[in-house]
Design a protein around this ligand. Structure first.
Ligand SMILES: [Zn+2]
Length: 257
């Protein structure tokens, strides 16, 4: 029980991301909605995700998500879906019969015990470090006016792509009050756009697809992760309709806190 006047990790995170909820609770609430509306159990759902390959996301992966089949990994640095259309089509072929698919995605950002965006305390370390390193190092390059060539190096293809995405929003980032938070927004928009584009081109061959776009927030090593959903949709591929469940999710989440 929270003591009166005490500040929890969630309070600090909600100063930056007002709609954030613990990741475990977010996944369980999503299951509740899916079960109520369509009667799917988690083990009938193939989960494909596109999140950053940073080990903190593996360590803080919500246990509830492991009830689904997966996850099929589509993401690389910063959560951008580098594995592309082939990954989405392949994941769709692995959906159990009479099953469904969840596609969750988004950039991540650390928020330390001091409430500082872009930082966290990692397991076994005595100082805070940057998170997401790909986004913050790319932002630093922009600030220092270092050249960002439009190359496709085999050695560093992914970070170059992240740099290119941020470079397109250079003026927005330079003017931002909180450049790391703003850069995370820019990445969310780029990832969301690419995921929608991949879904429109893909051969999902399943009726029910759940689409969950989020900012993934990493607390310190002893805190776990939090999700702020930005898009929560049911895509009925037979009727070609998309229905937002975000309002319903948020009102359920508020009742649970
Ligand atoms: Zn990262």
């Amino acid at each position: 029980m929270k003591e009166p006047g005490s500040v929890t990790s969630l309070d600090l995170i909600r100063k930056i991301y007002p709609g954030a909820n613990p990741a475990e609770q977010s996944v369980n609430l999503l299951y509740d909605i899916i079960r109520q509306k369509l009667d799917f159990r988690p083990e009938q759902i193939l989960h494909a995700d596109s999140i950053c390959c940073d080990e903190v996301n593996t360590i803080q992966y919500p246990a509830a998500a492991s009830k689904m089949i997966g996850s099929f990994k589509m993401g690389g640095l910063s959560g951008y879906p580098f594995a592309g259309l082939a990954a989405m089509n392949t994941a769709a072929q692995h959906i159990p019969e009479q099953g469904a698919m969840l596609i969750s995605y988004g950039p991540h950002i650390g928020v330390s015990h001091k409430g500082i965006p872009g930082e966290l305390r990692r397991t076994g370390q005595s100082c805070d470090s940057i998170c997401c390193g790909a986004v913050i190092s790319s932002l630093q390059k922009l600030k220092e006016k270092l050249a960002i060539p439009d190359i496709h190096s085999e050695d560093d293809y992914q970070i170059n792509r992240v740099q290119q995405i941020l470079l397109k929003s250079e003026s927005r980032l330079v003017a931002a009050a909180h450049p790391v938070v703003e850069a995370t927004e820019v990445m969310y928009e780029a990832i969301d756009e690419k995921i929608q584009n991949l879904i429109s081109k893909s051969e999902l061959a399943v009726r029910h697809v759940f689409i969950a776009g989020m900012i993934l927030i990493n607390g310190d090593f002893d805190q776990g992760a939090y999700y702020q959903y930005r898009r929560l949709e049911h895509f009925d591929t037979v009727n070609n309709t998309k229905t937002s469940w975000l309002k319903e999710f948020n009102s359920k989440a508020e009742q649970n806190i």
